[in-house]
Each structure stands twice: as C-alpha cells, then as structure tokens.
Write a protein that binds this ligand. Structure first.
Ligand SMILES: Nc1ncnc2c1ncn2[C@@H]1O[C@H](COP(=O)(O)OP(=O)(O)OP(=O)(O)O)[C@@H](O)[C@H]1O
Ligand SMILES: [Mg+2]
Length: 241
C-alpha cells in the first residue's frame, strides 16, 4: 500500500481538489482499491465524499490520533493507494502525517505568495525524510508566471511536468461529489488529471523500486509515457524540466 499526503501551508492551494481528483483517477486507472482520508477539521473532502453517490474510492474518517491505526487497518484490508487531505498548516500534526506517508504532494498556485509559503512545507517534508512532488495548480494558459514558478520550484525539488490549469469545472464538478473526469469525460481538465495521476504513479513506482519492491505489472513511465501536453495545445513550459 502506498500513502500520498497532499500538504501545503497555504490555504486554497488545491489540496482538497487534487486529493479528490487524483483519488478518483487512481481508482479509474485500476490502481485501486483506493481510500481517501481527510485529516482537515474543515472536513471539505468528507463533505464532498458524502455528496457522492459512487462508493469508490472508499472514504475513511480519521483523526491524527488514529491515523497510524487507520492506515494499518487499510493495509490489512488490501487497499493499494491512500490519499490524505490535510489542513493548511505547518505543524507537528502535519509532520506526523508526512512521517506516515510515502510521498508528499505540495500543490502550489503560481503566485508569489504561494511560492514564498512553499519553503515551510518543504522543510517539514525534509524533516520527515519524505520525497516531495510540487504540483502547479490554478495555472493560467500560456502564463509566463507559471513557467517561472515551475523553474523556481525546480530549484527546490521535483515539479510534476504537467500543470493543472485554472478551470471552473474543477470546482463545479465537485458540487455533487464528483470530479471533472466524471462530469466532463474527455475534457481537457479530465486529461490533465489523468496525466497527473500517471506521473504520480510513476513516482510511486520509483519509490517501490528504491525500496526493493517489484510490481507484478509494470506501470508508470515505460507503459504510460507521461504526456506533457495535449493535442492542439502548446507544449507546457515545464516540459524542459
Ligand atoms: N485548478 C483549479 N481551477 C479552478 N478552481 C480551483 C482549482 N483548484 C482549486 N480550485 C478552487 O479553489 C478553491 C480552493 O481549492 P481547495 O479547497 O482544493 O484548496 P485547499 O488547499 O484544500 O484549501 P484549504 O487550505 O482551505 O484546505 C476551491 O473553491 C476549489 O474549487
Ligand atoms: Mg482543503
């Protein structure tokens, strides 16, 4: 079982949106069974899941006090991917979540305020000795700022070479507990999420290899081949990263 935590000190960077979207996409891509955990007292992910009619991915209500125990129970029940949504904070509690995770995803908007806030979350992940992937969320099409942000972030760690653009469908699709891929299959937004999950799956596979675990079926880079831009769209600026 792999555990991925979505963490960032900055409020509104996209932790909940990406946890839900990546979780559903992982399940659709056959990487499940997937479980989603909400460690944020705001309970946004829980509220989204409660509005959802599909039963997959599973949702587990948890607290920091019970997180380790809940993860052990999920492992025992055969869950393969777990995604944890966290509150906008840098605290002992977030450190604990990171310590219990295999991978930390830091969603970041391409704005100077967000970029300045990234350091604190990154320091925490370093303390937890966990690998980090930055995901640029809310990018404007062809904005120089996004490319600059990707370059700036790449000085500090791995940047997912696929941006999540600002699209109102990310928000609207979550109203009734779904995701953009479920409401607008085949849309550009849906494709972005697919590409993001493919990339994260490749990173997770790398961690498995590093830890000496072999997968029965190869996944990630070789088979999927991370697609950096969509047909008819300009290549994303991070392609060079
Ligand atoms: N790519 C996007 N395009 C358009 N809207 C987005 C996008 N990503 C997130 N949003 C919207 O931005 C707002 C904040 O996103 P979200 O709740 O996922 O952030 P968060 O990091 O979980 O916030 P918090 O720190 O408060 O938990 C939400 O209203 C969400 O619908
Ligand atoms: Mg949130």
């Amino acid at each position: 079982m792999h555990v991925t935590a979505f963490c960032s000190q900055k409020g509104g960077s996209g932790k909940t949106t990406l946890t839900g979207h990546v979780g559903v996409q992982a399940e659709l891509a056959g990487a499940g069974p997937v479980a989603l955990l909400d460690c944020d007292p705001q309970g946004s992910l829980a509220a989204w899941w409660n509005a959802r009619s599909a039963e997959r991915p599973a949702f587990v209500s948890t607290t920091l006090a019970t997180l380790a125990h809940d993860l052990a129970a999920l492992r025992e029940r055969g869950f393969r991917e777990v995604f944890i949504d966290t509150p906008p904070a840098v605290s002992r509690a977030i450190l604990t979540v990171m310590e219990l995770s295999d991978l930390v995803v830091i969603p970041t908007r391409p704005s100077p305020h967000d970029l300045r806030a990234v350091g604190a979350s990154l320091d925490l992940a370093e303390r937890a000795r966990k690998p980090v992937v930055f995901v640029l969320n809310g990018a404007a099409p062809n904005a120089r700022l996004t490319a600059d942000a990707a370059v700036a972030l790449s000085q500090h760690g791995t940047v997912a070479p696929c941006f999540i653009h600002h699209r109102t469908t990310y928000a609207s699709s979550m109203i009734d507990g779904r995701t953009v891929g479920e409401v607008y299959p085949g849309s550009r937004a849906a494709k972005e999420v697919e590409i993001l999950w493919d990339y994260l799956a490749g990173q997770i596979e790398k961690l498995d290899r590093r830890n000496g675990f072999a997968r029965p079926e190869p996944r990630g880079f070789g088979r999927r081949g991370v697609q950096l831009f969509q047909e008819g769209e300009a290549p994303l600026a991070a392609e060079a990263l």
